[in-house]
Design a protein. Structure first.
Length: 148
């Protein structure tokens, strides 16, 4: 990963293909080689507290994983599509949209894995978000039998 040219990865495919190993294991190690420290977040933890907020300089200890990912130079999310809707004082919304908005605004590549198909992503997040995903990420489809 010498130069991402501002483009991340969207890994799509059925369970057991190795997508999570790449997003949670390999990508952070490769970024670490560039002296970039990142934390991969599982999608179902988006609205939970960011576990390293207290030890991260300048971060409020109450920072959520969504807040972390909107500020992170290389947001990494595993299992996109399993996250719950965010309930903010009665208003329900897709928390992932905040992350992708920040990534697009600040030119940050996203590194994502999902078991959803392209059609499922389009149905869940809408055409606007799906177009942004294709612009910010190189889409890689994993096919074949499970590696387990």
């Amino acid at each position: 990963m010498h130069d991402t040219r501002g483009v991340g990865l969207l890994l799509i495919g059925d369970c057991g293909r190795g997508k999570s190993i790449i997003t949670t294991g390999l990508v952070p190690v490769l970024l670490g080689m560039k002296e970039v420290s990142v934390y991969a977040v599982h999608a179902d933890e988006l609205n939970k507290p960011y576990p390293f907020a207290a030890s991260t300089m300048g971060m409020d200890p109450k920072t959520s994983c969504i807040d972390y990912l909107t500020r992170c130079p290389y947001p990494i999310i595993d299992e996109l599509g399993v996250e719950p809707m965010i309930n903010d004082y009665g208003e329900r919304y897709e928390g992932f949209n905040r992350i992708i908005n920040a990534a697009e605004r600040y030119g940050r590549p996203l590194f994502l894995s999902t078991n959803l198909t392209k059609g499922d992503l389009l149905n869940r997040y809408g055409e606007r978000t799906f177009d942004r995903l294709r612009r910010l990420c190189r889409v890689v489809e994993f096919r074949g039998d499970s590696l387990h």
